[in-house]
Design a binder for this molecule. Structure first.
Ligand code: BGC
Length: 551
């Protein structure tokens, strides 16, 4: 009988480190990172002070979307190793005290998945309804106006069934029909497979895309692109629609309750869902709250709001103010970078990123209410790599070039060692070139330099572990200021309250902030942030300076 165990909440206080397996460490000289390579490098992550890893997909796949197109949910793609390699990885991670979360790409499969091969073979086979199929309109056009995030219609004509099938991404990523109970059960069985192997949880890819509107209603247009990031939104018509019907349907929540019930059979597991939607914060609150049957759903929702280009204090204040007003008991996972967007150093720091800003960004990420997620290489301050058109691999970038160069610039190999070929990533030519700008930022050089960004991250994460106000506390935002973002975190344990004030100057000019007496710097060397001094009940912050103080 299944054991119903409450979650002990490691994920609430923990720091997650995201690994993109293709680009972490190549051990078999094929130019592609692999699971044994990750196992070999887990010491780096443990030493950094992370609590868990999230592995981007390593399952069998035709790799059209580099693993986000799965053709066998229960096996490792040979390019990454074997199931035994995965077991070894999990065992090593656990021995280092690291939890292992794996990516589950459940909304769609690869077109080579046996389910789709069968589904497309006729209109009457047992899996005929396992994907989202629809007849053409009487003029031959697709049934509605839904768009693919990677460009063009979300419908692809199939010359065998003489019907359209839906895909939110590439045409080779057909969308599973989660309205069919057999699909839900098959997916849950595959998810259980990895729980039985001892994983500690999941990052759920596109966790609000599982269900579509049964009536296939068209989305309304906006009349203009959405959002603030012109690089993505103006060039991609997807941002011109309000996505009322192609995702985030009420039935999605019912499935997430089932998924959560499954996880709750395995003690101490957790899942973070990627929720990409028009109002991400509101969806985060919804998806980490209780579902339609009053049952829990996601533990955490992955937040996109810090993945844009804006970083000024006014923007951040408005963001966190809305976050605190909508989130309730919900729990975000804050990322500053990932494998889908330009690297933090370049996105926030421009062509010549200021190290003080990178430290400030990390200090903010580690002191917010929520779970921080570091993307591999951010601890080194890697800038976005400049990948030449002829080296591009990402189909999204190849389609949208040059207005949007795709996601290869954040996926280039990790630089481990300055003097070795390909910066220590592996002996063979890597699938994407190592950026020359990354070599001087290699891990071995930063390990040897006490004032490096890597040393800063390491100190910050280790210090954070002892601050219960940061791990579990409330967050109170202070008044808005054009340069300064300030908030307080506080938490009471056994009658003792810890209060931490976090004051960050998100500008290239000095700033002052009123600071009542009594607060003292919370860590030696002010965590390594650009200096701040207290004068006459005012804090004087250097450009990109910060101060974390306790009372
Ligand atoms: C992943 C992407 C992927 C897409 C389709 C995402 O949100 O993070 O890398 O291309 O889902 O699976």
């Amino acid at each position: 009988m299944a054991i119903k165990a409450p979650n002990n909440g490691w994920w609430r206080g923990g720091v997650i480190y995201q690994i993109y397996p293709r680009s972490y460490q190549d051990t078999n000289a094929d130019g592609i990172g692999d699971l044994p390579g990750i196992t070999q490098r887990l010491d780096h992550i443990a030493a950094l002070g992370a609590d868990g890893i999230w592995l981007s997909p390593f399952f069998k796949s035709p790799m059209k979307d580099f693993g986000y197109d799965v053709s066998d949910y229960r096996d490792v793609d040979p390019m990454f190793g074997t199931l035994n390699d995965f077991k070894t990885l999990v065992a090593r991670a656990h021995s280092l005290g690291l939890r292992v979360m794996i990516d589950q790409v459940l909304s769609h499969t690869a077109d080579q998945h046996p389910w789709f091969v069968e589904s497309r073979s006729s209109r009457t086979n047992p899996k005929a309804d396992w994907y989202v199929w629809a007849d053409a309109k009487d003029d031959g056009n697709p049934p509605n106006n839904w768009l693919s995030i990677f460009g063009g219609s979300a419908w692809q004509w199939d010359t065998g069934r003489l019907q359209y099938y839906m895909h939110n991404f590439l045409t080779s990523q057909p969308d599973l029909n989660f309205h069919n109970p057999e699909v839900q059960q098959a997916v849950l069985d595959d998810v259980r497979f990895w729980l039985e192997l001892g994983v500690d949880g999941y990052r759920l890819d596109t966790a609000n895309f599982y269900c579509h509107d049964r009536q296939l209603r068209s989305n309304p247009g906006r009349g203009q692109p959405d959002g603030e990031d012109p690089a993505v939104n103006a060039t991609n018509p997807y941002g011109w629609q309000r996505h009322l019907y192609d995702k985030s349907q009420p039935e999605n929540l019912v499935f997430l309750q089932r998924l959560r019930a499954l996880l709750d059979e395995y003690p101490n597991t957790a899942m973070v869902g990627e929720i990409g939607d028009d109002d991400g914060l509101a969806r985060m609150a919804e998806y980490t709250g209780l579902g339609p049957d009053n049952q829990p759903m996601l533990h955490m929702a992955y937040c996109f709001d810090l993945l844009g280009t804006k970083k000024d204090a006014t923007f951040l204040h408005a963001l966190f103010s809305r976050f605190l007003s909508v989130v309730g008991d919900g729990w975000p996972c804050w990322a500053l970078s990932n494998h889908d967007c330009a690297r933090l150093a370049t996105r926030w720091g421009g062509t010549d990123p200021d190290g003080r800003l990178l430290r400030l960004a990390a200090a903010m990420q580690m002191t917010l209410r929520g779970t921080p997620c570091i993307y591999q290489g951010d601890e080194l301050g890697l800038p976005e790599a400049d990948v030449a058109f002829e080296d591009l691999q990402d189909p999204y970038g190849i389609t949208m070039w040059p207005s949007f160069k795709g996601r290869d610039g954040c996926r280039t190999p990790m630089p481990w060692s300055q003097a070795e070929p390909h910066a220590g990533f592996g002996p063979a030519k890597p699938w994407l070139p190592v950026s020359p700008a990354h070599v001087p930022l290699a891990v071995d050089l930063q390990q040897a330099a006490p004032d490096s960004l890597l040393a800063f991250y390491t100190q910050l994460l280790h210090w954070r572990r002892d601050q219960h106000a940061l791990l579990h506390g409330d967050m109170t935002l202070q008044t808005s200021h054009p340069q300064v973002l300030a908030y307080e975190r506080s938490h009471t344990i056994g009658g003792h309250t810890q209060r931490l004030a976090c004051v960050f100057n998100f500008s290239a000019q000095p700033a002052t902030w009123p600071m009542p007496t009594g607060w003292v710097q919370a860590s030696a060397h002010n965590l390594g942030l650009a200096s701040a001094t207290v004068q006459d009940q005012h804090l004087v912050l250097q450009p990109w300076g910060g101060w974390v103080a306790s009372l």
